[in-house]
Design a protein around this ligand. Structure first.
Ligand SMILES: NC(=O)c1ccc[n+]([C@@H]2O[C@H](COP(=O)([O-])OP(=O)(O)OC[C@H]3O[C@@H](n4cnc5c(N)ncnc54)[C@H](O)[C@@H]3O)[C@@H](O)[C@H]2O)c1
Length: 248
């Protein structure tokens, strides 16, 4: 028995990396999946990969910081498939610099996409899930939101903000059959971390007790747990998936 048979899911930022890993895992478990990214050329091939797994797929190019665009996309998914059961707010960026060199524009860009983007996704989805009296929301935070990191004030603020917002929305909807949780990934091998210089990568790996980078599939397994009925009595939590990094 597939664990997400007949469920309809939106996963933001799912053209590559962690979001794509989650999208493929959910599709393998029987969910119909809506893919989003910033460019339609990168969305379309993933839509085809999802369809090849025998489920339905939709794809949209949009900026998650644009509420109207997120609202329209969410409404189209509901119209096409009849329900929205799972939302994964995954889209995110980095614009790292020490505060002495971080521009106000770089601060705003990261907050708008990483934090307001998650708000936008939830704001568009909750009216639908409320009427259904069911829904699972998973927000992708980061261990950096728990520990902080020199050079990532904007990113850490956005990811810590996601944890507080997740708890708030979990409380608002706990009695309405909806669960809202976050995942805090550690150091995961994707395009986002490929740009980190090798010497810094080595330093980061020293802080990972399991001595390996995580893979998108490691996050997808945790997301599957939180999207499935196995997590029905869990809400407002942040599941750290980091090979033990947050303990160091
Ligand atoms: N890779 C890691 O080590 C790591 C660790 C902790 C948390 N995370 C978080 O996981 C999430 C995914 O990261 P990743 O490593 O897969 O990154 P990635 O750069 O490989 O992929 C990011 C995805 O988000 C999309 N995206 C970016 N800006 C967008 C926007 N404005 N609107 C819509 N989509 C947008 C991109 O198109 C892409 O699909 C991010 O929120 C990131 O902060 C990553």
């Amino acid at each position: 028995m597939k664990r997400l048979s007949g469920k309809n899911a939106i996963i933001t930022g799912s053209t590559r990396g962690i979001g794509k890993g989650i999208a493929l895992r959910f599709a393998e478990e029987g969910a119909n999946v809506c893919i989003t990214g910033t460019k339609i050329e990168t969305v379309e091939p993933v839509v085809k990969e999802i369809e090849a797994l025998g489920v339905r797929a939709l794809g949209f190019a949009l900026n998650v910081a644009d509420y109207k665009a997120v609202e329209e996309m969410t409404a189209k998914v509901k119209e096409a498939w009849g329900s929205l059961d799972i939302l994964v707010n995954n889209a995110g960026i980095t614009k790292d610099n020490l505060i002495l060199r971080m521009t106000p524009e770089d601060f705003d860009a990261v907050i708008n996409i990483n934090l307001k983007g998650v708000f936008n996704g939830m704001k568009a989805a909750v009216p639908i899930m409320m009427k259904q009296r069911s829904g699972k929301i998973i927000n992708i935070s980061s261990v950096i939101g728990l520990t902080g990191n020199a050079g990532q004030a904007n990113y850490a603020a956005s990811k810590a903000g996601i944890i507080g917002m997740t708890k708030s929305i979990a409380k608002e909807f706990a009695a309405r059959g909806m669960q809202v949780n976050a995942i805090a990934p550690g150091y995961i091998q994707t395009d986002m971390t490929d740009k980190v210089p090798d010497n810094i990568k080595e330093e980061i790996l020293k802080m990972v007790p399991m001595k390996r980078m995580g893979q998108p599939e490691d996050i997808a397994k945790a997301a599957l747990f939180l999207a499935s009925g196995d997590s029905d009595y869990i809400t407002g939590q942040t599941l750290v998936v980091d090979g033990g990094m947050v303990m160091s």
